[in-house]
Design a protein around this ligand. Sequence first.
Ligand code: C2O
Ligand code: CU
Ligand code: CU
Length: 463
Amino acid sequence: MKRRDFLKTSLAGAALMGGGGALFAGGVSPIMHPLKVQPAKYGLMPGKITEGMVSTFSDAPPPVLRLKQGAPAVLPVENAMEEYTAMHWHGLRIPNAMDGVPYLTQFPIGPGETFQYEFTPPDAGTYWYHPHCMTMTQMALGLTGVMVVEEAEGPGFDSEEVLNLRDFRLNDDGQFIDLYTGRGAARGGTHGTVMAVNWQDVQRADHGTGSLVRLRVAATDTTRIYKLYFEGADGKIIAWDGHPVDYPVPYPTSPDAPLLLSPGQRMDVALRMPSTEGQDVKLMARVPGGTREMAVLRATGTDAGRDLAELAPLPRNPLAEPDLTSPRVEEFIFGWSPEGDLPNNGFCGTLGYTFWSINRTPWAGDAVEGVGPLATLKLGESVVLRLRNESPNLHPIHLHGLTFRPIRSNKREVIPNMTDTALLLKDEVLDIALVADNPGNWAFHCHVIEHQKTGLAGYIEVV
Ligand code: C2O
Ligand code: CU
Ligand code: CU
């Protein structure tokens, strides 16, 4: 699409809003969350201020954005940086024009410009947001936030805790070092040097003794696949990548059998705090050479005596079930293709390498016109996407705008819960099934951002 056409679309959007009044059809006031993308600094390491960060505040992490299922939302994103940006709402099944993918769904937001995102989230659950232009640098410098879409009626928790897991690449003085390396981009990605939760070393919080806590965990790192488990509490995984689980996901309690949460993924966990005041529940991560505390929740006050069985089941989201009687199969090969031209991402940044490909063709770049879709799906059709990993690295494969079920693998027993991001193992062939029920051009890429930005990207068209 040309800039001209984008302007037309966004002007039409603005006219619908009726100027400052911002009333949707039916006179409902939308939930409004203005975001200002800007330079920031913050004490990521004790006693040190990290300069050169990117956030939506000058001195704090991007906020947890709270929306309501089925309620209109307006999110004006102002760009106060000296470079371009665009905001993507990961996991949300919203109209294509609001998806935030530069050149594919909108023109990138220039310095000083504002783009008003308007949508009504159809699904409740835990989602997140991040830029899709200058993705590598802006994400690595801080711009990743959690989005909570609340159910009309909650299942009966006493409290909630939101965890944004991500790393930073800092030196001993707390200042950024190279955000990525060619070596990392060509392999599993470049890991951060400092692990963080909500921009701190460990998230510590008090929750009622014997109470029920809803823990929302989002892995927003550009690279790290988290290996998580719990200590000190009974719990239950109630939602996976936003959606209530249809098939049980084992609650992990041992570093030897951790749960993998890869970049882009989320989980909602029901935790029952200990009955004894002062005891801790811990979210732990297995890391090279040991384990690490991510969150420590301390029981305080008198015993509320709650029981996990008291929670009402989460209401299902309105997802279409793929018809698997005779679905068409579309194949995708994820591989290493170190030759090829550098991607042309226009205003949206390049890493300076090409390493990866889908179907043996590295993504030509966001700004290249006339690059066709990887596949064309008919609106309403059920289809199986066969994802074949020909590389020795792991790839969390993410599809925008649609939700899919992993249904079989040549390597493991899959848990077929609805998702938007599936971890593809080394040499794995994973079949995922979906209904193509949202029209538009949907980005399809690895969520290891170095892989995405060096070729492992493309889009799927639904018409
Ligand atoms: Cu979470 Cu295309 O990204
Ligand atoms: Cu996404
Ligand atoms: Cu990858």
